[in-house]
Design a protein around this ligand. Structure first.
Ligand SMILES: [Zn+2]
Length: 307
């Protein structure tokens, strides 16, 4: 399996869903008394997650918390299946996502609608028993013992049910999808902005993370990033660039394909990632188009509200 130690108490598991490396991570944080898992990935890679725990010597009884940044299938779709293996674990999820974790039927249907065959390959979302779902308030702290804890940070914008988690011992933040997808071999980010994406809310959430002066970001997609504050400022600049590029393209009535071309012309990170996206089993299936569409809808809504 593919686990790696990131700090004294923190480990990453490369879940390799559908055999894709460096795409979806779970993190394992070990305190003196108990263990937390951050992000579950989809159902199809829960076996890999369990193998990772084994490799790290974490017993299934020791896991007290499974924290998910938001309920999208690539972050939390496997929670129900995972929880069946972890007799003592509670699921930490944003209050707006809790009902969907306990009754995932609508979430599963929506996932299939948005992602099509990728959702099918990720496999069906199983329910988490309602009495095992915890909906922490913003700022809530969960103590794992030995001064290891995670603090909940509401970080809306990518979704209306998005949380980040601050990890003080390494001064890092699990940012979920609040700050894009990171592609480690290329050192670039790709925005994560599908509708109903909220740009202003996203920027405010990132500002909130910046104010904590973290040293590192822990990306679900994918891996640790140093120089967290510089990286986050760069992401905000990238979002502003997309906003400007898409708004101008809307004026000339461009379709999504033409908008993508214009983004490739203006955004050097996207230009660098173009070939990887074209050959990526999941990213090539319209993910970037959905992110452009998220900007189109956001800009339209904003124009309507100003009109
Ligand atoms: Zn994601």
């Amino acid at each position: 399996m593919h686990t790696r130690q990131l700090s004294e108490n923190l480990y990453i598991i490369d879940l390799q869903p559908l055999g894709i490396p460096n795409f979806i991570a779970s993190y394992v944080l070990r305190g003196k008394d108990s263990t937390a898992i951050i992000e579950t990935g989809p159902t199809c890679s829960i076996n890999n997650l369990l193998l990772g725990l084994q490799e790290l010597g974490v017993s299934e009884e020791d896991v007290e918390y499974v924290a998910v940044s938001h309920i999208h299938i690539d972050h939390a779709g496997g929670a129900g299946t995972l929880m069946q293996h972890l007799p003592n674990a509670k699921l930490l999820v944003h209050p707006k996502g809790a009902a969907h974790m306990a009754n995932p039927q609508r979430l599963w249907e929506a996932s299939k609608q948005v992602l099509g065959e990728v959702a099918i390959a990720y496999q069906e979302i199983q329910a988490v028993p309602e009495n095992r779902v915890v909906t922490p308030a913003d700022g809530a702290v969960f103590d794992l013992g030995g001064n290891i804890k995670i603090k909940v940070l509401e970080t809306l914008g990518h979704a209306s049910h998005h949380l980040g988690f601050f990890e003080p011992s390494s001064n890092g933040v699990f940012q979920g999808d609040a700050a894009g997808i990171y592609i480690p071999p290329l050192n670039v980010t790709i925005p994560t902005t599908p509708a109903p994406f909220q740009l202003d809310t996203t920027v405010a959430s990132i500002q909130r993370i910046i104010e904590m002066s973290p040293s590192r970001l822990y990306y679900t997609h994918f891996g640790p990033v140093e120089n967290a504050v510089g990286h986050l400022n760069g992401y905000v600049a990238q979002l502003r660039l997309w906003e400007k590029t898409v708004a101008e393209a809307m004026k000339t009535g461009d379709n999504l394909q033409t908008m993508y071309q214009k983004i490739l012309d203006h955004d050097p990170q996207m230009k660098k990632a173009e070939g990887l996206i074209r050959n990526h089993m999941v990213l090539r299936k319209g993910v970037v188009m959905q992110n452009i569409q998220g900007f189109v809808e956001y800009i339209k809504k904003k124009q309507n509200s100003l009109a």
